[in-house]
Structure formats: structure tokens, C-alpha cells
Design a protein around this ligand. Structure first.
Ligand SMILES: *Cc1c(COP(=O)(O)O)cnc(C)c1O
Length: 410
């Protein structure tokens, strides 16, 4: 049997592997029916030999593409001589990694963790402690303002301030100290700030929320409000940083310098979980030995991988590539003029195609795309997210477009 993209299809291995995962794994995900076995750049192959373009990039953790040779080389070399020390000792990779990361984001200090949710938790602890230390907020009274439709991870504290009931149901009680305001509404922030507010935690584009792009000027205006009220502006750039939206950070589009930047995903080059919180010396200076930590945070393998991941972003000018190809991709998607499409929105190569309610949910379209050799995942019911690895070229964008045209009725 031959697949649409011409590979020989072995047998029905995928089916068997899915059954195993379903039987032995908790059902906390609803993946598409595809078992990926190999990846290279923007391409992946399933267990039956079919080839696809990865248009999700592990929620933008794979900006540098699958198995980037330079990142794999760093992983292999580092793993031969040292992988883990814990923070009880120094390791030779961590210092250079933190210096290069601070240089990349233009910050004075960084605190390394592993997953995005851990970095968000770290940022929450940071701004609370900053509020008690510098703003004179009374003990246990610190408030953090967050936005409706947010996604910051899955720990109990973080889902406690989600506005999505599915993220919360059955997991309470939750951590107090969070106020939810509408996203994209700067006035709502101004009104919500109290003398106890220590931070405003915001995604510059809400990726999981359905690629929600706030109105132009929103980031600049909210940053300004935070400055005048002495509230820390905390940007969760876990999904939007590292070139995804066509700039180094998404906040760069409005020349906004956050007080605290939360990073993850592509910091590990799609190879290893690496996250970090970056801020000024005053802000991250609130931590004293013993206040916070992680056994694996800042480990030498993570540090070596992240250094390579940052080098690839620079050397291959991936932000510039997203800035060039993103607008072309969106323009071509809009030109399809399908009656089922309500809107095409996004920035750089973080693009959402919104399916009209009356055309049903986005999922069947993702399944049809999969049949055509494109892996994309719906988010929030109606949105197909297109976020291919940034190592993609124009011809490959055209390859995707030709197939999207087949799937979206015109
Ligand atoms: C993915 C994501 C997180 C959580 O990261 P994990 O590594 O899955 O814990 C937090 N914030 C944003 C904006 C994300 O996209």
C-alpha cells in the first residue's frame, strides 16, 4: 500500500500502539489517531510509515524543528560527560547558559526550572515575595491579576485561576490571591488593581485560549498601568517567545520590556524540558538560599541543550523567518475564502483558523488535514492552530496551503 505522500505502509502497527497507550495510560488527553515514530525538521513519520508536516510543533516547543542536528549533538556530547549534579553543587554549563539566556532576553538574572508550569509557579512566588519585600504588602495579602481565557499550566495553583471550568472540575480547593479580568481590556486592569496587587500575569497572545491576539497597544498600555501602580508586569512567553511570532519575544512587537519573563517550550529546542524565569537583579534578588529550588532545574544536560537551542535561533535567524513567512501564510489562508472559516488570526507563525459554529467543531477538519499529511490540533473547539517549526521554507508553506485548500470547502 502507498500513502498519499508516497511511502510504503508496513502494516497496522499504529492501531496496536494506540491500543496499548489507551489500555495502560490515563486518558487525560484526546490525541489524533496518529503514532509518531520519527521526526526531522518540519516532518514526522508515523508507525506505519506515513509522512506528515508537523503543524503543531509540540505547542511551539519545536521551533527549531525535530531532532535539530546541532541540538542533538549538544545533547549527546553533554550526556557523555555529565548530566546531573543537583544545585547542591555548581555545574560548568549552568553559568554560561544563564548568561546567554539573559543576553538573549535582555535581563539581568534568570532562575532555571524544567517545565513551563514550574516556571509560572516560580514567577508567582517571585512577585509575591517582591510585593512583601518592596511594596509593603501585608503578610498573605498579595494579589495577582490574571486574564480570562488564560493558560499557564496544570498545577493546582495555576488551574485554580483558570476561567475554563474543565481545568478545575474536581480539583479544588484552590489557592487564593488571584483576580480574573477580561483579556484585551486595559481599563479592566486599571480598575482591578488594589494596594495589595503585586503582579499582572499575561500571555501576549493566548495560544491555548484559541490564538487570541489582543488589540494593538494592549501590552504597551497595560505595562504603563503596571508601572504607574507599582505592579510587576509578568509576561508568560512560554508559547510566544523564541521567534514564534516573528520577534525574539512577542512583547517586542510593542517594544514592551516586561518586569518578569516566563520562558519554556522552545528553550529546550524540542529535545529536553527547560524553563526559566528572567527578571532584574532587584526582583529575582528576593530569593535567598533555601527559598526555592528544583532537583533538575539548571542541570548540565538542560543547560547544554538550551545553549544549543538559543544558538540555532540566532544562527538560522528563525524569528526573521517567521516574520517573513507568517504574513504570507496568513494572507494565503485568508485568500481561500472558505464559507466555513470565520477568521484567520495570529502573528508570525502562530496562526489560528477559526471555524464557524454552524460548520461544526474544528476537530473533523484536523482529522481531514491529517489524511492529507498535515498534523494540526484544534484548540478551544472552533480553532485550528497552525504553528509549524520555524525552520520551514516557502515551498513547504505552499505544500501545506495546497492541502488546506483541499480540506476547507470553497
Ligand atoms: C505550555 C504553556 C504553559 C505550561 O507549560 P508546561 O511545560 O506544559 O508546564 C504555560 N503557559 C503557556 C502560555 C503555555 O503555552
Amino acid at each position: 500500500m502507498e500513502s498519499a505522500t508516497g511511502e510504503r505502509i508496513e502494516a497496522n502497527r499504529s492501531r496496536r500502539l494506540i491500543e496499548l497507550a489507551e489500555r495502560f495510560g490515563a486518558h487525560n488527553y484526546h490525541p489524533l489517531d496518529v503514532v509518531i515514530e520519527r521526526g526531522e525538521g518540519i516532518w514526522v513519520w508515523d508507525a506505519d510509515g506515513r509522512k506528515y508536516v508537523d503543524c503543531l510543533s509540540a505547542y511551539s516547543a519545536l521551533n527549531q524543528g525535530h531532532c535539530h542536528p546541532a541540538i542533538i549533538q549538544a545533547l549527546v556530547e553533554q550526556s557523555r560527560h555529565l548530566t546531573l549534579t543537583s544545585r547542591a553543587f555548581h555545574n560548568a554549563e549552568m553559568g554560561p547558559f544563564l548568561e546567554e539566556l539573559c543576553d538573549y532576553v535582555g535581563m539581568e538574572m534568570a532562575l532555571p526550572m524544567n517545565t513551563g508550569a514550574e516556571a509560572v509557579e516560580t514567577a508567582i512566588k517571585t512577585v509575591r515575595k517582591w510585593g512583601y519585600t518592596y511594596k509593603g504588602v501585608p503578610d498573605d495579602k498579595a494579589e495577582i491579576i490574571v486574564c480570562e481565557g488564560n493558560f499557564h499550566g496544570r498545577t493546582t495553583t495555576i488551574v485554580g485561576f483558570s476561567s475554563d471550568t474543565q481545568y478545575q472540575e474536581g480539583f479544588g480547593p484552590f489557592t487564593p490571591g488571584f483576580t480574573i479580568i477580561p483579556y484585551g481590556d486595559a481599563e479592566a486592569l486599571r480598575k482591578a488593581i488594589t494596594p495589595h496587587t503585586v503582579g499582572f500575569l499575561v500571555e501576549p497572545i493566548q495560544g491555548e485560549g484559541g490564538v487570541m491576539v489582543p488589540p494593538a497597544g494592549y501590552l504597551r498600555e497595560t505595562k504603563q498601568i503596571c508601572e504607574t501602580q507599582r505592579v510587576l508586569f509578568v509576561a508568560d512567553e512560554i508559547q510566544t517567545a523564541f521567534g514564534r511570532t516573528g520577534r525574539r519575544l512577542c512583547c517586542d512587537h510593542e517594544d514592551v520590556a516586561p518586569d518578569v519573563i516566563i520562558l519554556g517550550k522552545a528553550l529546550g529546542g524540542g529535545v529536553y524540558p527547560v524553563s526559566a524565569v528572567c527578571a532584574s537583579r532587584e526582583i529575582l534578588g528576593v530569593f535567598r538560599p533555601g527559598d526555592h529550588g528544583s532537583t533538575f532545574g539548571g542541570n548540565p544536560l538542560a543547560a547544554a541543550v538550551a545553549r544549543a537551542a538559543l544558538r540555532v535561533l540566532r544562527e538560522e535567524r528563525l524569528a526573521e523567518r517567521a516574520a517573513e513567512l507568517g504574513p504570507y501564510f496568513m494572507e494565503q489562508l485568508r485568500a481561500i475564502e472558505s464559507p466555513v472559516v470565520e477568521q484567520v488570526r495570529g502573528k508570525g507563525l502562530l496562526v489560528g483558523v477559526v471555524i464557524k459554529e454552524e460548520a461544526g467543531p474544528a476537530r473533523p477538519f484536523c482529522e481531514a488535514l491529517r489524511e492529507e499529511g498535515i498534523l494540526a490540533k484544534e484548540t478551544h473547539g472552533q480553532v485550528i492552530r497552525f504553528a509549524p517549526p520555524l525552520v520551514i521554507g516557502r515551498e513547504e508553506i505552499d505544500w501545506i496551503l495546497a492541502r488546506v485548500r483541499k480540506v476547507l470547502p470553497q
